[in-house]
Design a protein around this ligand. Structure first.
Ligand code: OTN
Length: 482
């Protein structure tokens, strides 16, 4: 299942000098356009909202709860959007239908939906308000249409064939009636009975109506997955974490949890890991958990172990019974963004003298590592898959974090790297947390106890092709994360 390297993106990437596009040939499997856009978002919000929000501590309703429970007292999706904008999160996924089967839009194919709730006298449509508010605020809207549906299972005449039709109809409603939808989520939870042919028919609907929509797939939907499950709901990707994986292993999920977490360098498909985790212990809002919201520091740990491990963070921010994000959740996620900006806004290597062993020069000059541009990158001479790049700063500086980025459009190239520091440029010490690092991908972050040094050396120790690096930097973590 080789995926094709995307020509237009290649062109954009190399637009400064077209002939160089032939110079640096992508290695192995590479992302499609949807996956590149998905990676660049870094954090996506998850909104678990529905009947469960109005039940006492229920997260997976049994499909029997009355639709009369759903009654947001002050639904305000512009408020969700305001938080996302302040938190630099460009996209949000709404649980249009969770496992209890209750639909947040007036679906023509079931009575188990907002039409039969007291909210807005049954005239409301949460999906419409969500997609309109997100579009108004310049954000991307995405939907979760849970494949597992406990309410439909209650019908005596339930069958997979009938359900396939039912779900397909609902997918058409969501994909066809609400403008652009950027991601859809096929949760594997409870959906084991659904087969690959069933997902095949559903994927056709997604691709027909929303060709740019990313599909999160697991288990029997693995063949259609643009992104895979990371193997836990605790917020950490593996080390290493390859974007590639042997696709069939996604199907046998239970036997492959660690494998999903790490991927496989020699895998047969490019299906990167999405790290889903809730800011609260539960997926749905429960007032009892107001004191258990993850702190800014905990969110930073999660960010570093997801986005900082070549994954995308799908962070659940469950709206409360009013239909708004709780102030503590909003504050912490906005502070996460402030801390990220403070940390990575100041690359201490800026202005350093740079020398490499195998640098290619020309437009791939070493300084591209520090220019914050996604259109430039550093690489070596042909066939040089290892390298040493030394940075000499004007003075010694204190740092406790580093970040490196590969050009994902050119495939996983570097497979071994470490970082050293020195006071005199002669005797070097390896930062122990970087010893034996393997994958880089979209972004890799390493944190450690503060180090003071004047000289830094990035060693590329192993590669399947010449390295292609967008950026490298050392940083001091924001005080918001202490
Ligand atoms: O009990 N579970 O269903 C469960 C417990 C802990 C962690 C995950 C799961 S289900 C799991 O959810 C994932 C999304 O978070 C994916 O959809 C997997 O396919 C699914 O098995």
């Amino acid at each position: 299942m080789k995926k094709l390297f995307l020509i237009p993106l290649t062109f954009m990437l190399f637009k400064q000098n077209n002939c160089l596009a032939q110079d640096i040939i992508p290695y192995g499997l590479t992302p499609n356009a949807r996956q590149v856009e998905w990676y660049n978002q870094e954090i996506i919000a998850f909104f678990h909202f529905g009947l469960n929000t109005y039940e006492e501590f229920v997260n997976e309703g049994d499909g029997k709860a009355s639709t009369s429970l759903f009654n947001p007292t002050d639904l305000n999706i512009d408020q969700w959007a305001k938080t996302l904008k302040a938190a630099g999160i460009p996209n949000g996924i709404l649980t249009a239908k969770h496992a209890d089967g209750f639909c947040l839009w007036p679906s023509a194919y079931t009575d188990y939906n907002v039409k039969n709730s007291p909210w807005k006298n049954g005239k409301g449509d949460v999906v419409k308000e969500f997609t309109e508010a997100f579009s108004r605020n310049g954000l991307k809207a995405s939907v979760y249409l849970g494949p597992h549906d406990r309410h439909e299972h209650l019908h005596p005449e339930y069958s997979i064939a009938k359900y396939k039709q039912y779900y397909g109809n609902q997918l058409r409603e969501l994909m066809g009636n609400y403008g652009p939808i950027w991601e859809t989520w096929w949760d594997g939870a409870g959906a084991d009975e659904l087969t690959t042919p069933v997902y095949s028919s559903w994927s056709k609907i997604v691709h027909e109506l929303q060709p740019n929509c990313v599909i999160f797939g697991t288990k029997n939907s693995y063949r259609f997955a643009d992104v895979r499950w990371v193997g836990n709901e605790s917020g950490f990707a593996g080390d290493p974490c390859w974007s590639t994986i042997d696709s069939a292993s996604i199907r046998d999920e239970a036997a492959n949890i660690k494998y999903l977490n790490q991927g496989e360098l020699d895998g047969d498909a490019y299906i990167p890991a999405e790290t889903d985790v809730s800011i609260r212990p539960s997926w749905f809002y429960h007032q009892e958990e107001d004191k258990m919201v993850k702190t800014t520091k905990e969110l930073w740990d999660i960010y570093c172990q997801s986005v900082g491990r070549n994954s995308v963070l799908l962070l659940n921010l469950p709206p409360d019974r009013r239909g708004q994000l709780s102030p503590i959740d909003s504050t912490n996620v906005v502070q996460l963004r402030q801390g990220i900006n403070e940390t990575f806004g100041n690359n201490l290597l800026k202005g350093a003298q740079i020398k490499s062993k195998n640098g290619r020069g020309g437009q791939y000059v070493e300084t591209t590592l520090l220019d914050n541009s996604t259109e430039t990158f550093y690489t070596t001479k042909d066939k040089q898959t290892t390298d040493e790049i030394t940075f000499t700063m004007s003075d010694k500086k204190e740092f406790d974090c580093l970040m490196i980025q590969e050009v994902i459009q050119l495939g996983h190239r570097t497979t071994g790297w470490e970082v050293d520091y020195s006071q005199d440029g002669k005797r070097w010490t390896t930062i122990s947390e970087t010893k034996g690092r393997q994958s880089i991908g979209h972004k890799w972050i390493v944190r450690f106890e503060p180090i003071e040094a004047k000289y830094i050396r990035l060693r590329i120790t192993k590669g399947q092709a010449t390295p292609a690096l967008h950026s490298f930097g050392i940083y001091k973590q924001s005080l918001l994360f202490t």
